[in-house]
Ligand binder design. Structure first.
Ligand SMILES: [Zn+2]
Ligand SMILES: [Zn+2]
Length: 307
């Protein structure tokens, strides 16, 4: 009898021990978890619950300021991409209204130009009021400036693409003067050489089969009253919808130090009222001789066709 009492008490004791052990496991330390419905790792401070283990869709962080707003996923990999900001519309006030028409339609912007610059050049016909004798370089390519047609339609909210795109021959953008922007090649896979650059006028342009166009930054000469030189003025818009600015940051006067391989970064400009958005700068380095190309890299966005 004593023995069986002893065995029972061992069983009861063991049972109580198990109960108390599992009680210990149940009494965990509850912490507060915040809802993260957009999956960016930042929780909504307004939506929380307490639990021992992290519930699905909740995080410990409570600093999400845009919870509920969808992060964009332009590359379709279900991962959100960092916001690149939308294009500040006041930038389009910089375009030469004699040659360029800007139209806004929903979230699309169309830039239409006849390609005629609002500055002097030896490439104008001698009978034109803006004709001047050459002040830089030593020769001109054949032909004179003539009216053309360049039409570029872009999103007002362009995104960085999953892969960058090489540019081709022909217009890769439209400058504020209305003149098309070309890349760093005169012929396919042939970088600009010194011989070609000595044919440029002070605006960094010359004539080609497709008409008058720019390749490089303009010269610092007295006749240059219109174009950006070593400053932060707007140069134009490229085919992917991102704006191209001069070598410096207009707001600080400094050369930006955080540019990507294409000269782009996210920041504010004189047009964006401190809102940050992705834009390019002319990369501050000599390309050939003392020429600084306007844009000789890959486009980081998705290029639209310039018609
Ligand atoms: Zn050219
Ligand atoms: Zn900038």
């Amino acid at each position: 009898m004593k023995c069986s009492n002893f065995i029972i008490s061992i069983f009861v004791g063991a049972f109580l021990l198990i109960i108390s052990c599992s009680d210990d496991e149940d009494s965990c330390t509850e912490t507060t978890w915040y809802q993260d419905s957009d999956g960016d790792g930042l929780g909504n401070p307004e939506e929380s619950l307490s639990a021992c283990e992290q519930p699905e869709g909740y995080v410990a962080d409570n600093t999400d300021t845009d919870e509920g707003e969808e992060d964009t996923d332009t590359d379709g990999d279900t991962g959100g991409t960092p916001s690149t900001g939308s294009t500040p519309l006041s930038a389009f006030d910089e375009f030469n209204t004699d040659s360029v028409t800007i139209s806004f339609d929903g979230d699309e912007i169309t830039i239409e130009s006849n390609g005629l610059p609002n500055h002097t050049s030896p490439y104008w016909a001698t009978t034109e009021p803006l004709y001047i004798d050459r002040i830089v370089g030593d020769h001109s390519t054949p032909g004179t400036i003539r009216s053309g047609s360049y039409i570029l339609t872009v999103s007002n909210d362009p995104k960085i693409a999953a892969t960058s795109s090489a540019t081709g021959l022909g217009a890769i953008g439209i400058s504020v003067t209305g003149v098309p922007i070309y890349n760093d090649q005169e012929r396919a896979n042939e970088p600009l050489d010194l011989e070609t650059t000595t044919g440029f006028d002070y605006a960094g342009g010359h004539n080609g089969p497709g008409g008058y166009h720019y390749h490089v930054e303009s010269s610092d000469v007295e006749a240059n009253t219109t174009l950006s030189h070593d400053d932060g003025e707007l140069i134009g818009i490229l085919a992917d919808g991102f704006l191209l600015y001069g070598r410096r940051e207009d707001t600080t006067g400094n050369y930006p130090s955080d540019l990507d391989v294409s000269g782009g970064h996210v920041g504010s400009t004189q047009h964006s009222d401190e809102e940050e958005f992705y834009h390019y700068h002319i990369i501050n380095e000599f390309y050939v001789g003392s020429n600084i190309v306007l844009f000789g890299a890959d486009l980081q966005g998705t290029p639209n066709t310039i018609l």
